[in-house]
Design a protein around this ligand. Structure first.
Ligand code: FAD
Length: 309
C-alpha cells in the first residue's frame, strides 16, 4: 500500500496545503510519495523530499506542466497511478480541478473533502455544510481523495529525507492552453493558511468603513476575511469570503467583527482554534461558537482594541 500526494506549488515554493495532505496520507498508512508536476521545479521537489514522512518524490519537469493545466497534470498523475493504492490532492482550487479527471479516467468514485481517516478504506467527510459528518467506505481498488486541509495538522516541512526521482513528463495534451494569470497582490498572509484572520460582516456598513479592520489586522499580522453579505454588498473582494461557498479556514485566532454567525458562515470558520466575536447584538448566533465575545459597537470597540494591542 503506497499513497501518492499531488503537490501544490508555484514551481518555486511548495504550498503548505501539500503538507496537510501528506499528514492525511500518513494516517492511511504505508509509504507516502509526492508527485511534483511542474517546470524548473527542482526546488519544490527538494522541499517535498524534506517534509516529514515522505519516502519518495517523483519529479516530472517540463514546460507543459508549468501552469498546472488540469488536463496535463491529470495525464501525469495517470501515467504513474498504477503503482498506488491511494491518490491524494489538497481540496484546493487546483486540487479540485485535477482530481475528478483522474477519478473519472480510473473509473472510480472520488472521495471528496475528507477530514478524517478511520482506516485505509474508510474516511470522514462533512456534509450539509458541516452539520453532519458522513463516514464513507470505498471498495474501489484505487482511492482518489481530496483532503480538506484544515482537517489535518501539517507535517513538519523539515526533517524528512525522501529521495527525488525524475520521471518522464507526459506530452502536452493540446486540450487547453495557458493564457494568463491575475494574482491579487497583498502584503498580508494568504487567507486559507493564515494563523490569524480578521473578518468583517454586514455590520461594517460600507467598503470605506471596512478599512477600520486594517490597523487591527496589521497589529495581529492577520489575513482579512469577510462574510458573504459583506462581499455581496461590495464591502470586500470576493476572494475574502469565508464560509460554505467561500474559503474554509481554521486559524489559531479568528476575529469576527459585525458578523451575525449564520450557519453558512460558521461552516467556513468554526474549526478555528480561538474565536473572538465583536457584535452589538448579545443574541447574535456567533456568540454561540465564540471563545471570547465582546458586545458593543464595533466602531468604538475595534479602535480601542487596536490601540490596546
Ligand atoms: P448579517 O447577518 O446581516 O449580520 C450583521 C451583524 O452585524 C449583525 O449580527 C449585527 O448585530 C452586527 N452589527 C451591525 N452593526 C454593528 C455595529 N455597529 N457594531 C457591532 N455589530 C454590528 N455567508 C457567508 O458568510 N459565507 C458563505 O460562504 C455563505 N454561503 C452561503 C450559501 C448559501 C447557499 C446561502 C443560502 C447563504 C450563504 N451565506 C454565506 C449567507 C449567510 O446565510 C448570511 O446571510 C451571511 O453570512 C450574513 O452575513 P453577516 O453576518 O455579515 O450579515
Amino acid at each position: 500500500m503506497t499513497t501518492l500526494v499531488i503537490a501544490e506549488h508555484d514551481n518555486a515554493q511548495l504550498k503548505g496545503a501539500t503538507l496537510n495532505a501528506v499528514a492525511a496520507a500518513a494516517k492511511i498508512g504505508g509509504d507516502v510519495h509526492v508527485l511534483v508536476a511542474g517546470a524548473n521545479a527542482r526546488a519544490v521537489a527538494d522541499q517535498a523530499a524534506a517534509a516529514a514522512g515522505v519516502a519518495k518524490v517523483l519529479l516530472a519537469d517540463a514546460p507543459q506542466l508549468a501552469d498546472g493545466l488540469a488536463e496535463n497534470v491529470a495525464a501525469q498523475v495517470l501515467a504513474v497511478a498504477s503503482g498506488y493504492s491511494h491518490i491524494l490532492f489538497p481540496a484546493t482550487a487546483s486540487g479540485k480541478n485535477v482530481a475528478p479527471r483522474v477519478a473519472a479516467k480510473l473509473d472510480v468514485a472520488q472521495i471528496s473533502d475528507i477530514i478524517g481517516v478511520e482506516s485505509a478504506d474508510t474516511f470522514q467527510r462533512p456534509i450539509y455544510a458541516g452539520n453532519a459528518i458522513a463516514t464513507v467506505q470505498s471498495a474501489d481498488a484505487v482511492k482518489v481523495i481530496t483532503v480538506r486541509t484544515t482537517g489535518f495538522d501539517a507535517v513538519a516541512a523539515q526533517g524528512g529525507s525522501g529521495a527525488v526521482e525524475e520521471i518522464a513528463a507526459v506530452a502536452d495534451s493540446g486540450l487547453s492552453t495557458f493564457v494568463g494569470r491575475e494574482v491579487a497582490k497583498s502584503d498580508r498572509p494568504e487567507l486559507a493558511g493564515a494563523r490569524v484572520v480578521v473578518s468583517g460582516g454586514r455590520g461594517l456598513g460600507s467598503a470605506e468603513n471596512f478599512k477600520i479592520l486594517d490597523p487591527l489586522a496589521d497589529k495581529l499580522g492577520a489575513a482579512l476575511g469577510a462574510s458573504r453579505a459583506a462581499v455581496d454588498a461590495g464591502y470586500a473582494p470576493n476572494d475574502w469570503q469565508v464560509g460554505q461557498t467561500g474559503k474554509i479556514v481554521a486559524p489559531q485566532l479568528y476575529v469576527a467583527v459585525g458578523i451575525s454567525g449564520a450557519i453558512q458562515h460558521l461552516a467556513g470558520m468554526k474549526d478555528s482554534k480561538v474565536i473572538v466575536a465583536i457584535n452589538k447584538d448579545p443574541e447574535a448566533p456567533i456568540f454561540g461558537v465564540a471563545d471570547y465575545g465582546l458586545v458593543g459597537d464595533l466602531f468604538q470597540v475595534v479602535p480601542e482594541l487596536t490601540s490596546a494591542l
